[in-house]
Design a binder for this molecule. Structure first.
Ligand code: DX5
Length: 286
């Protein structure tokens, strides 16, 4: 059966396609690994692979594709080897779309501390709604202060952890954030391979959140595609998915967005796409 027909019939089936087990002791039954209630899936493309000469138009294209948020990767050639753009470009894209923005600050402590308010302002929504501003634990000695400053400046604070960094490094600021970003590649470049061992860190942070009644989303970023990678992260407890090359690989971005969303939602309900399989496999499980 042609893939689009498979996708259409999957969407027509909606949630009934996958039976949800009753909760046991506040946890779904063992057939599902996800700890606690599933949080809404959000598909968030990174504009790193986009046409930079037409960044505003690309943001509009992503909006038309049905994405939930757009990520801007700020790199200063110091915290990471690569160099991208500052708050001016992010602010310039605002007039092309109403989709929420997020800014990931892969910058030195000096740049973060001196420019944080400008980044927070540039990331806000069309009517001044809080935009997601992500600071790295590895780049901020005064992380608690930086996260509080984002909130005070009208932003939505988020903290990111690099692959080598233990979850414990952010445990004491989980009450300050709306999101935790677990890097699934070493930051600095798009198109890198997904690091599968990060799922244990996602599970640990998810359990902390559920057990302590904290309200934060878990984002994953790096090498995430519409295949086993997004399924594994969703099963572990992530609900926000950054995709750069995994989104811009599609001629029709709306197909990419829908495939990513369908596979993640299926995994939240226990249908976890195995390595080597494509979205058609979900149809066969019916
Ligand atoms: C890497 C960036 C990612 C990157 C993702 O440092 O933080 O957002 O653009 O690109 P892919 O999805 O291609 O790995």
């Amino acid at each position: 059966m042609k893939f689009t027909a498979a996708l259409t019939s999957l969407m027509a089936l909606g949630t009934n396609a996958f039976s949800v087990q009753p909760l046991t002791n506040g946890r779904p039954n063992t057939s599902l690994n996800l700890y606690g209630e599933p949080r809404p899936v959000q598909i968030i493309p990174s504009v790193l692979p986009a046409d930079w000469a037409n960044m505003g138009g690309e943001c509009k294209r992503l909006e038309d594709a049905g994405v939930d948020r757009i990520q801007f990767d700020v790199m200063d050639g110091n915290f990471v080897p690569n160099l991208t753009f500052g708050p001016e470009l992010i602010a310039a894209c605002r007039k092309y779309t109403t989709v929420p923005f997020e800014t990931q600050l892969m910058v030195s402590q000096y740049n973060c501390e001196t420019m944080l308010d400008q980044y927070t302002e540039a990331t806000k929504g069309p009517d001044g709604e809080p935009g997601v501003v992500i600071v790295h634990v590895e780049g901020n000695t005064h992380l608690h202060r930086a996260l509080s400053q984002i909130r005070e400046a009208g932003g939505s604070p988020s903290v990111a952890v690099n692959p080598h960094t233990p979850a414990e490094m952010i445990e004491n600021v989980l009450d300050l954030v709306d999101h935790v970003l677990v890097m699934t590649v070493n930051p600095g470049f798009g198109g890198q391979a997904y690091i599968p061992t990060m799922v244990d860190k996602i599970r640990k942070i998810r359990k902390w959140g559920v057990d302590r009644g904290l309200d934060f989303d878990i984002e994953v970023d790096g090498g995430v595609k519409a295949d086993w990678t997004i399924a594994a992260c969703a099963d572990a407890g992530a609900n926000c998915f950054i995709a750069g090359s995994g989104m811009f690989a599609y001629d029709d971005l709306s197909v990419g967005c829908q495939e990513l969303r369908t596979i993640a939602e299926a995994a939240q309900k226990g249908q976890i796409l195995p390595k080597g399989e494509t979205i058609g496999w979900l149809e066969e499980q019916k």
